[in-house]
Design a binder for this molecule. Structure first.
Ligand code: HEC
Length: 134
């Protein structure tokens, strides 16, 4: 009986733990390596990062919100290609943050678009926390 319960518990836990949780943990481990005083990601810092404007890759002043809008529950538009972008918030769009490979790819590209460099583990963790809690 105990064995059956353990198996049930295990499959439930594994089933519930979204892959993004594993990625958040990896980012937290990296952030801790860079700064021993790291004490967790912060949605407020992530929000600031998301809305602050920089002269980006194409010499234009943009922020993450330039393409994803000021309301993450709404559809956005790519400022460069004018293509529609589905809402970024997982509440409005269930597919968001479900595919870690995709998240990594776009964070790399989008940080380069806005900041002309890749994001640090701390920045990526903060901005993902902001998006997840939106
Ligand atoms: C030039 C337009 C543009 C800017 C600026 C931009 N994004 Fe994106 N972003 C996109 C596009 C296009 C996609 C991929 C299409 C899609 O997923 O709908 C995307 C996808 C994403 C995804 C993937 C989400 C998922 O699970 O599918 C994340 C996370 C993201 N962006 C975060 C950011 C952050 C953080 C910034 C600021 C550093 C940012 N974006 C700036 C255009 C942009």
């Amino acid at each position: 009986m105990k064995k059956v319960l353990t198996v049930l518990w295990l499959s439930a836990t594994l089933g519930l733990a979204a892959p993004i949780e594993g990625y958040m943990q990896t980012l937290a481990d990296e952030a801790k390596k860079t700064d021993a005083s790291f004490s967790g990601f912060d949605a407020k810092r992530g929000e600031k990062l998301f809305f602050s404007e920089h002269v980006g890759k194409k010499g234009k002043k943009i922020s993450c919100a330039s393409c994803h809008t000021n309301d993450l529950n709404k559809a956005g538009e790519n400022v460069f290609t004018a293509k529609v972008i589905d809402p970024l918030s997982p509440k409005a769009n269930k597919e968001r943050l479900s595919d870690v490979k995709n998240v990594k790819k776009w964070l790399r590209r989008n940080f380069n678009d806005v900041y002309n460099r890749e994001g640090t583990a701390l920045e990526k963790g903060d901005v993902l926390t902001f998006i997840r809690n939106y």
